[in-house]
Design a protein around this ligand. Structure first.
Ligand SMILES: Cc1cc2nc3c(=O)[nH]c(=O)nc-3n(C[C@H](O)[C@H](O)[C@H](O)COP(=O)(O)O)c2cc1C
Length: 324
């Protein structure tokens, strides 16, 4: 098993990444996961190339502490949108890498011709990756799904094109464009990509436990793993996988889930303006609650709160009972 991914001077060790997720992959969750250990690569949520050049560094999208590294900024690029000003901005922001979103099937992105809609125009993707490659010497990665249907020839041709244009790393979410998260991911299909490429491949989709991580690595032969929702369900999942599969000794054994939850609240206070906190707490709690038998009670209670103070009171009342 690969112990690390090396991209020029950058070493990702252990090769475990926290996924880009709108509303979740922000400074607070990235910091929480880093503190708990085991994560080797962080991503921002997808950032619009149009807005990025003028976005404030204090915005929830760009807010970042110096400890949050290595951090790849994910770009979402629509049809005919300019990318160079966004790349220049990322150089100033001390990005460790740039990721291109070629996998998101959200209708809003489809309208823009971005995400997996961009992928359907292979020549446009080729031009874009070529332009990005010329514009930066930072590691360049992309994130894809398997495509519209399971077509090995088309999938490999597309991925080899990306590699040929200078991509350094590819993440494959093992689902088709239209497949819902409740469907089992096709980890074996990630293996077909891995076998056909020379660059490192990270496998993503449906990893919530150490057993999932082991099975995904066995079926895909991938160089590393990316975890999305599992990072909010169990922010210590990276530490568990790092310990069990990569032999990395973590600072703490099993963390207290209530303490983890309150640390997340503390980080929301530290990193975001008051009006930005509650929505992000609700989104996080929706997933965090899934990890516990009566966790939905917490998620519903927090969902109904109108202030952070109220949410903290509800958490004080319910958490010990639910996670204890
Ligand atoms: C709330 C949410 C927001 C997401 N936002 C993004 C995004 O900004 N960019 C992206 O490439 N994928 C995004 N995704 C997809 C995840 O990165 C990941 O591919 C997907 O959740 C499957 O991994 P998982 O099963 O570990 O969650 C998002 C997923 C969720 C649940």
């Amino acid at each position: 098993m690969n112990q690390q991914i090396v991209l020029g001077d950058l070493v990702l060790s252990p090769p475990l990444a926290m996924a880009p997720m709108v509303g979740l992959s922000h400074s607070a969750l990235r910091t929480l996961v880093l503190e708990l250990g085991g994560v080797g690569l962080l991503f921002t949520e997808m950032l619009s190339v149009k807005r990025l050049p003028s976005e404030s560094e204090l915005s929830p999208f760009l807010m970042r502490s110096p400890e949050e590294r290595p951090l790849f900024y994910q770009l979402v690029v629509g049809r005919d949108q300019e990318v160079l000003p966004a790349v220049e901005r990322l150089h100033k922001l001390d990005a460790q890498g740039i990721d291109l979103n070629l996998g998101c099937p959200a209708p809003k992105l489809k309208q823009l011709g971005a995400g997996c809609a961009l992928r359907s125009d292979v020549d446009a993707v080729r031009r874009l990756v070529r332009e990005l490659r010329r514009a930066t010497s930072l590691p360049l990665s992309a994130k894809i799904r398997l495509g519209r249907n399971l077509d090995e020839v088309a999938l490999l041709e597309f991925c080899r094109m990306l590699e040929g244009e200078g991509l350094d790393l590819l993440t494959v979410h093992g689902r088709l464009d239209g497949e819902k998260f409740c469907r089992r991911p096709h980890w074996d299909w990630i293996g077909k990509v891995k076998a056909g490429l020379g660059i490192p491949v990270i496998a993503n989709g449906g990893i919530f436990t150490v057993q999932d991580a082991r099975a995904c690595l066995e079926q895909s032969g991938a160089d590393g793993l990316m975890i999305g929702r599992g990072a909010a369900c169990k922010p210590w999942i990276f530490a568990e996988i790092a310990r069990e599969l990569y032999g990395v000794v973590q600072p703490s054994a099993a963390p207290d889930p209530a303490q983890v939850y309150f640390r997340f609240i503390e980080l929301l206070h530290e990193r975001f303006r008051p009006e930005r906190r509650l929505g992000r707490l609700k989104q996080f709690t929706h997933l965090f609650g899934i990890g516990f038998p009566f966790g939905h009670h917490l998620a519903i209670a927090i969902q109904n709160c109108t202030t952070m103070g109220e949410a903290e009171q509800q958490a004080e009342l319910l958490l010990e009972r639910i996670v204890g």
